[in-house]
Write a protein that binds this ligand. Sequence first.
Ligand SMILES: [Mn+2]
Length: 262
Amino acid sequence: MIPQYASALLISDLHLTPSMPLTAQRFFDFCEKDAPKVDSVFILGDLFEYWVGDDAALHSPFQQEVKRALATLSTKVKTYYLHGNRDFLVGDQFLSKTGMTLMSDPSKVTIAGSEYVLCHGDSLCTADIGYQVFRGWVRKSWIQKLFLRLPLHWRRSIASQLRSNSGAQYQRSIKSSIKGAQAKTDVTLEACAAVLAAQHANLLIHGHTHLPAHHQEHLKNQEWQRWVLSDWDLDHPESGRPRASALLIDQNGVRYADLIKS
Ligand SMILES: [Mn+2]
């Protein structure tokens, strides 16, 4: 059971990697300056670009630096994390050193008196049947155990192959003029309605789709609000859309905090 908090910052999809130093620096600044202003911080998955095992992190100065930033933050505020589709192998060994508490996906939390359902978001993309089949397999613990026993260079090459496949599919769906292809990588109303009904709630927060927005939605006689977190990218100015934001919840309500301007 997660305790209630008066205020929270929620982030996801930072995709931290040494090859995106400006994004990583904004995360370190976030841990030092922004996050300690609230009671609780929730990281809703895909904090890392990829994760092939806690043992690999021991050899990565970058991942050790992220670990130290989180550990310091966890001494100041309560920190929570749930797995994304890229970093679902982040394990107890790493997490225990960050001081973060692992949440299940979905989880219900009370912030400033309202109940929110939190999830990464990939489980809501139910129009993408191929992905859901893949997700079902890679989330099986015996598959994960087998993978983690492979030599590190095999794991890295499998992870990189999977990333380039999903990246190519994402690019195709963005460029596609066919509405169906875009909808395939977004959440479905049916999945949102189902997760909220199961959790007895009507406020949903997730990341994953990289489509930050506040939605008022309904299906049959069920109504809800949904906030989508932004991904972060300060390292590709040529994309014309540098981005880093968090969702801030306190007694004044829910709003996006732009971490580029502040
Ligand atoms: Mn994701």
